[in-house]
Design a protein around this ligand. Sequence first.
Ligand SMILES: [Zn+2]
Length: 138
Amino acid sequence: MNDKAVATEIVNDPDKVLFFQKKAMPYKHVTVADLIKLYLKQDGKCALCGDDIIFDTQKTHIDHIVPRAKGGEDEIDNFEFACSVCNYAKRDMSLKEFVLMCLKVENEYHKTDILPKEEIQAIVERRWKKESRSKKAV
Ligand SMILES: [Zn+2]
């Protein structure tokens, strides 16, 4: 489905429109249209983990790319949709700090037997496929 078709589907679904209205509400300079554009730009995926964005205000957050705690503003250019799990984990870290933390965790994780190595590999490959897909779209 192309962006126009996805956007049409969203505006024809009152629940999805309500989701974007609720998400836009706290921000003076951000409109529903801005957030729908952002959603399309992210291909409907969490900016951090790549999982599908869920149209639920509790499960999907607006992450500040430059955290508010570090002077980031409430502007659309500083926003990305992230699932609540990722956003809670990232807290007030910059993307770089968050990625470095994830790499540290991953490094330690490999030393454990929590997941078989084949399963970790499968996760990494799925992520890589998503990345190469989104790069093609740009
Ligand atoms: Zn996520």
